[in-house]
Design a protein around this ligand. Sequence first.
Ligand SMILES: Nc1ncnc2c1ncn2[C@@H]1O[C@H](COP(=O)(O)OP(=O)(O)OP(=O)(O)O)[C@@H](O)[C@H]1O
Ligand SMILES: [Mg+2]
Length: 375
Amino acid sequence: MAEVVLENVSKVYPGGVKAVKNMNLKIENKEFFVLVGPSGCGKTTTLRMIAGLEEITEGEVRIGERVVNNVPPKDRDIAMVFQNYALYPHMTVYKNMAFGLKLRKYPKKEIDARVHEAARILGIEQLLDRKPKQLSGGQRQRVAVGRAIVRQPKAFLFDEPLSNLDAKLRVETRAELKKLHRKLQTTTIYVTHDQEEAMTLGDKVVVMMDGIVQQVDHPLKIYNKPVNRFVAGFLGTPPMNFFDGKIIFRNDDVYFDDGANKILLPAAWRERLAKYKDKPMVLGVRPEHFFPKPEGDFAGKENFMMVKVEVFEPLGDKMDVYLASKVHPHIVCRIDSKVKVEENAEIPIYIDVNKVHVFEPGETGVNVTMEPEGD
Ligand SMILES: Nc1ncnc2c1ncn2[C@@H]1O[C@H](COP(=O)(O)OP(=O)(O)OP(=O)(O)O)[C@@H](O)[C@H]1O
Ligand SMILES: [Mg+2]
């Protein structure tokens, strides 16, 4: 087991595509670390550089104490599981799992012990004599993981290992992977473009865009304190609502004015927002931070928007309600499904202003409402 460190790592592909730009990451020993971001942001490239399957253009990758830039993949002591599990079709499950160890000339007894132990952990002992085509997608996926486990590597690298599974199996296998990690405690670097997978699996998550690290932290910290608009919009479903508008001051109070509604912001932000007075900014509100009634410490304040109810989607105990204001045609809020709402009704919708964010304009506009570092 080992920590994995990337220092100022960049990748430029022949032809000039800059896939990863000056990346700094520290994956602690035993950590489940998730790389997430939209298609093409450089996740696979990063993983392949760690695995040694892709040359590192600039910077340094260390596994444990060792700089591995020039160490061939087979000597890096890591195991990678891909999206397409690439099992050998003519070999049984047992042989598929044993193959890597056989190549490395492990004694037969040791191979046998390791394969059976991995099969037991994964609950696939009864499948050892089958061929891959006699397995379900989920079972094949487990064999691929088994093949990685038997190696007892310093780290596991996963590249979207669940994306070939149907939705239900994906959720189940996700939970199994998490349990497996708790048991084996092997440093794991896991790539996905699915924000929900990142949130549920990661001890720590890095959000990437265009080859650049946007934020690295515990998933809930990123969710609650996104550093910029891109990160805020990427994590969470339905995604955060963004309102264009400006910061205005009235008497001593600070408001966000979107052209149709003036939202009173927390008094604590007055100083922080003073320099953005009358500037175009963006207000971010998560769907669950809208309420049909003024409640708690924001009761009776001017923190609502007048909206028209378009449609609602029941989800069980909650429902998503799609709304439109005079200036914003697509607002989504998630509220208690017991609340009575009628399509086409004009209603006020209240905002928990302590949970909102104000961003500078632009795709990666900085979150200016974050408290200064240190908390
Ligand atoms: N072998 C290659 N040669 C040139 N460009 C490449 C090569 N492989 C990837 N790229 C480019 O590098 C960028 C990053 O690709 P990468 O595969 O790392 O993205 P990703 O985040 O894994 O995306 P996805 O979620 O679609 O798998 C993309 O612009 C891609 O087109
Ligand atoms: Mg990829």
